[in-house]
Design a protein around this ligand. Structure first.
Ligand code: SF4
Length: 184
């Protein structure tokens, strides 16, 4: 694990951080992880038409221990939330989360007790992707957005601290919409 606080602050530290960010961004490995219809679009991003391999992310890992990017593609049920968190915890550091589609980001049209109203209540999210479902091009755009973030954000222990702070803020936030269920 790299602690950039050990490096002198200033131009040198910035360049080390940016160099590592550049190396990281060209080899983001998503976890094999699909929850609902959005996952079909995520799978399509690996086909020759869209070719996610151009961005170095064609290797969807079958084990979370060899993945550093979780693409939450689809709605997250309350029952599945602990499993999702366990997969996230087993992924290698540093790691990132893309919330793909309106269901993952806010519960979408599933405003009921069974669905988590935003996956950022479970894991810290780096990029939110709108749409129902988002097109594969939009997922590629989210990946490019993540690449740009990677160059600019802290790494190592600093990254862990930033992720924990974002996670705490998300867990403490009240849901944007009231959960009423279908009969309310
Ligand atoms: S956002 Fe739309 S496509 Fe994606 S999981 Fe929800 S209902 Fe399915």
């Amino acid at each position: 694990m790299i602690d950039t606080e050990k490096y002198p602050q200033g131009v040198y530290a910035t360049k080390v951080s940016q160099a590592i960010g550049f190396l990281l961004k060209t080899s983001i490995w998503p976890a094999t992880f699909g929850l609902a219809c959005c996952a079909i679009e995520m799978m399509a991003s690996g086909t020759p038409d869209y070719d996610i391999a151009r961005f170095g992310s064609e290797r969807f890992a079958a084990t979370p221990r060899q993945a550093d990017c979780m693409i939450v593609a689809g709605r997250v049920s309350q029952k599945f939330a602990p499993v999702l968190r366990q997969v996230y915890d087993q992924m290698t550091e540093p790691k990132w989360v893309i919330s793909m589609g309106v269901c993952a980001s806010s519960g979408g049209m599933f405003n009921n007790y069974a669905i988590v109203q935003g996956v950022d209540h479970i894991v810290p999210v780096d990029v939110y992707l709108p749409g129902c479902p988002p097109r594969p091009e939009m997922l590629l755009n989210a990946l490019i957005t993540l690449h740009n973030q990677l160059i600019a954000t802290p790494i190592g222990l600093n990254r862990q601290k930033a992720a924990r702070a974002a996670e705490e803020a998300a867990l403490n936030a009240t849901p944007l919409i009231e959960q009423k269920g279908l009969l309310a």
